[in-house]
Design a protein around this ligand. Structure first.
Ligand code: IMP
Ligand code: MG
Length: 178
């Protein structure tokens, strides 16, 4: 276990691949129980959640579907500024049991803007599964229904999380050395 360098910064090992695997298995067990017979629709948010979504979905043994979306923000006409829209959501959500799959909930801004758009489509239920949550960074409170790890307000890298485009391929999670 050693320090790695990405761009101009140093990162130290923080959560091992084994710990991630164990946590995902426990989360999948809960999902398999809670959604048995419901044919849930998992919606993974790209890019960050691709690795987590893949490992989580492999551990889901009940009948279920998965779809991937990308969130894009553009300047809205309202004074609030940025508006978030989803690209690639081709499934009808009405009456579906939806589970959003996110890599990390930081300030909560992304999901707090995006969730009402999904609720508008009248899913039967809407829950959040996130690998990581930084409670200290909360600006927009989000209830994470299925959580892997609660982490301090530090910059993390690896397992889908990037620093300026790099590091997503690292199979474990590293923390910025300050
Ligand atoms: P939020 O809208 O502030 O909750 O931000 C969520 C998004 O910011 C995540 O989906 C990540 O893409 C990104 N993010 C937040 N914290 C980190 C981090 O520590 N490392 C890498 N990306 C992060
Ligand atoms: Mg993300």
């Amino acid at each position: 276990m050693s320090i790695i360098r990405v761009h101009d910064k140093n990162f130290e090992p923080y959560i091992s691949a084994g710990q991630i695997e164990e946590k995902i298995r426990a989360m999948a067990d809960r999902l398999n129980r809670d959604y048995a017979g419901e044919r849930p629709l998992f919606i993974a948010i790209l890019n960050g959640a691709f690795m987590f979504a893949s490992d989580l979905f492999k551990a889901i043994s009940i009948e279920s579907e998965i779809s991937f979306i990308k969130l894009a923000s553009y300047k809205g006409t309202k004074s609030s500024g940025q508006v978030i829209t989803a690209i690639g959501l081709d499934t009808d959500l009405i009456g579906r049991h939806v589970v959003i799959v996110e890599d990390i909930v930081d300030t909560g801004k992304t999901l707090s803007e995006f969730l009402p758009q999904l609720e508008h489509q009248q899913p039967a239920s809407l829950k959040i599964a996130a690998l990581l949550h930084k409670p200290e960074a909360t600006v927009y409170p989000i209830q994470v229904d299925y959580l892997g790890f609660s982490v301090p307000n530090k910059f993390l890298l690896g397992y889908g999380l990037d620093y300026d485009g790099l590091g997503r391929n690292i199979p474990s999670i590293y923390k910025l050395v300050e």
